[in-house]
Design a protein around this ligand. Structure first.
Ligand SMILES: Nc1ncnc2c1ncn2[C@@H]1O[C@H](COP(=O)(O)OP(=O)(O)O)[C@@H](O)[C@H]1O
Ligand SMILES: [Mg+2]
Length: 245
């Protein structure tokens, strides 16, 4: 199907990345429909974060094509990816720890060339319970608050597509619910998400589709109910201690 005829906001075709002898991402293809939440699960080391790095030009693919709204974006400079409306968070939170919460939001806005971010930034801080911390140095925040700040740094810029790399890692159940509620509300507004996460309850409840990776390969793709029953998926996840609770 030609890209123009597809309703996919993101289309990945034959994406591959090798580090020396390790094939971190191996001929990976899938599509993400506009307004959907797609989960990526798989054991540690299966290539999930590398896939995100390829989609956001932190790394250049060895092979493959990435189309965003029908246009090729693989290998574009990082800032251009962000300015086209693709946001992301990192498995280890990426904020400026020596700077205040508000300065982090300012820097995020500068990076994306935005001037209309202050009102939404304040709204997201309020919604995430961070307003009283706005002038605090970011390294005094808990891990959950840091994840919420990194999320607010993205959301204040109104991305169309948001990639979240293990947003629940190290966060308490209250923050977990805050993040799940935000994703659900934004999906209702038509935003699109790609989320790497080990918490199966979160993934099963929120995702329209799940992509499963193992050793760099996509081993399954489908609705949560089908993925839950897929023998190859069960073996890949059970073998390596992924959280199933
Ligand atoms: N920058 C890098 N240099 C060398 N090897 C890497 C690099 N990033 C990831 N890898 C390797 O690629 C594989 C996939 O890693 P990663 O994408 O982080 O997996 P996941 O996010 O699924 O845990 C692992 O074997 C990892 O050690
Ligand atoms: Mg990872």
């Amino acid at each position: 199907m030609p890209a123009e005829a597809s309703s996919a906001v993101l289309a990945v075709e034959g994406l591959s990345k090798r580090f020396g002898g390790v094939v971190a991402v191996d001929d990976c293809s899938f599509e993400i429909e506009r307004g959907s939440v797609v989960g990526i699960i798989g054991p540690n080391g299966s290539g999930k974060s590398t896939l995100f790095n390829l989609l956001t030009s932190v790394l250049r693919p060895d092979a493959g094509v990435v189309r965003y709204r029908g246009e090729r974006i693989e290998g574009l400079p990082l800032y251009q990816i962000a300015r086209q409306g693709i946001g992301r968070t990192y498995q280890s939170v990426k904020i400026f720890r020596d700077l205040s919460v508000w300065m982090n939001l300012e820097i995020a806005a500068m990076g994306r060339g935005r001037s209309d971010w202050e009102v939404p930034a304040r709204q997201w801080l309020e919604r995430f319970g961070l307003t009283h911390l706005v002038n605090d140095t970011s390294d005094t925040l808990s891990i959950g608050q840091q994840r919420l700040l990194e999320l607010a740094m993205n959301l204040a810029m109104s991305p169309d597509l948001l990639l979240l790399d293990e947003p629940l890692a190290g966060v308490n159940p209250v923050v977990r619910d805050t993040i799940a509620d935000a994703v659900a509300a934004l999906r209702r507004e038509g935003k699109t998400f790609l989320i790497i996460e080990h918490h199966m309850n979160f993934v099963m409840r929120l995702c329209d589709k799940i992509v499963v990776m193992d050793h760099g390969e996509k081993i399954a793709e489908g609705v949560p109910e089908a993925i839950r029953r897929d023998e190859r998926v069960i073996n890949a996840l059970l073998g390596k201690g992924t959280t199933r609770a």
